[in-house]
Write a protein that binds this ligand. Structure first.
Ligand SMILES: Nc1nc2c(ncn2[C@@H]2O[C@H](COP(=O)(O)OP(=O)(O)OP(=O)(O)O)[C@@H](O)[C@H]2O)c(=O)[nH]1
Ligand SMILES: [Mg+2]
Length: 385
């Protein structure tokens, strides 16, 4: 653990978070590694650091190899109760799927790389508004990385679910493998982890730590780890059961776990036995999947249902002046009281003093909680301003 390290190694590790460029990050990590004594107790940390260093070097090479033109604005405003990103190779049918699910009119064409900026639409399912983002392709039709890859993956990183759209008629196995790989090099892991560590760095305000699930560490131990690793101002959410080592690993390797689903598209023009083989590949790496054809209106409902269920949203009831809402809001796991207030109304979020919560997440029913409190499925919340 960093706590057992010599002071100069700790100081070096702490410097890392302030590094601005990849070059700088590589230099600092290399120095930190050289300052960490090589013994059993530091083995894991050294391995994590070497892994991160290798990734940074790869990133650096990649950047040198390709000169991307311009840095046009490529931002997406999150709207609705949850967001799903459609990601994949050129021509796989992402825009067709967006249009089918939401009635949007993202341009669709037979030629690859039609979509050159994100297109948005709102899918309505069981009264819930789910935002769908159609992203420029991250692989060309020949399955080479496109110049959009980093930006598209950057947006997908902030989504609640990544839907990987696979074109069943264009080397589907290679597609899925290359996409998983590309996400990994951008720090996104879609293979199931026990816990999800979400870090939002801030300019000021110190550390805010929110945990949900069983931990083998105390609040102070976690705070110390964050300080040792150079985190000064940030909101850190840890969702799911975790050990200090697992948290450390994710912080150092800077990888985020994301929920994902594979959409095997164009099933209308591919023989059934061929599809069965593809499906096994997804099963083998533990990914959820659906086989569909975006061209048929009949697939719309089942696609909506599958995507919605894959979000694994929690149901939260709100209450005003003692009257509970008849229908729940559906929110991503890990939503805090503050975030709930923001969804209800910006003014409520600003003026909120505290909230009272009834349900599984509280020991004392109706007890007062602060803005950082993480809600659970079935909770009833009254926000007081
Ligand atoms: N047969 C069949 N064709 C489809 C299906 N889905 C999409 N297509 C066709 O595939 C082509 C590409 O579809 P798009 O939706 O533009 O694909 P995209 O992934 O958005 O591709 P780019 O934005 O160009 O990278 C179009 O000609 C679509 O009509 C499907 O399920 N079956
Ligand atoms: Mg498109």
């Amino acid at each position: 653990m960093p706590t057992n390290l010599p002071a100069e190694a700790k100081a070096k590790l702490a410097e890392y978070q302030a590094a601005k460029t990849i070059d700088e990050k590589i230099r600092i990590l290399t120095e930190a590694l050289s300052l960490i004594p090589d013994h059993k107790g530091t083995e894991k940390l050294r391995r994590q650091l070497r892994k991160r260093l290798a990734e940074l070097r790869r990133e650096e090479e990649e950047r040198k190899r390709r000169r991307t033109g311009g840095t046009s604005a490529f931002s997406v405003k999150k709207e609705g109760w949850a967001q799903i990103s459609l990601i994949g190779a050129a021509n796989s049918g992402k825009s067709t799927i967006l249009n089918l699910l939401t009635g949007a009119s993202s341009p669709v064409a037979e030629y690859p790389l039609t979509t050159r900026r994100p297109y948005l639409g709102m899918m309505i399912y069981e009264n819930a508004e789910i935002q769908i983002v159609d992203l420029p392709s991250i692989l060309t039709y020949d399955l080479e990385e496109t110049s959009y890859a980093s930006k598209s993956i950057g947006i997908a990183r902030n989504s609640d679910l990544i839907a990987i759209v696979i074109d069943l008629v264009n080397r589907p196995s290679a597609q899925l493998e290359l996409i998983t790989e590309l996400l990994k090099t951008h720090g996104i892991s879609i293979e199931k982890k026990r816990c999800e560590v979400i870090v939002e760095k801030k300019d000021s305000g110190g550390l805010r730590i929110i945990t949900m699930g069983k931990t083998n560490y105390t609040y102070d131990e976690l705070k110390q780890l964050l300080i040792d690793l150079g985190f000064k101002s940030a909101v850190v959410k840890i969702i799911g059961d975790s050990t200090l080592e697992e948290v450390q690993e994710q912080l150092i390797t800077e990888s985020t776990y994301k929920k994902a689903i594979v959409i095997f598209n164009k099933s209308d023009i591919v023989p059934r036995n061929q599809i069965n083989e593809q499906v096994k590949q997804a099963e083998n790496i533990g990914l959820k999947y659906i086989v569909t054809s975006a061209k048929s209106e009949e697939s719309k409902y089942i696609l909506m249902k599958t995507l919605f269920e894959s979000l694994e949203l929690i149901r939260v009831y709100t209450q005003k002046d003692g009257h509970p809402s008849p229908k729940p809001l559906l929110l991503p796991r890990g939503t805090t009281v503050q975030e709930l207030a923001e969804i209800i109304h910006r003014d409520l979020a600003r003026n909120m003093k505290y909230a009272r919560v009834w349900g599984k997440s509280v020991k004392i029913q109706g007890g007062r909680v602060g803005p950082d409190f993480i809600l659970e499925d079935g909770d009833l919340v009254e926000i007081r301003d």
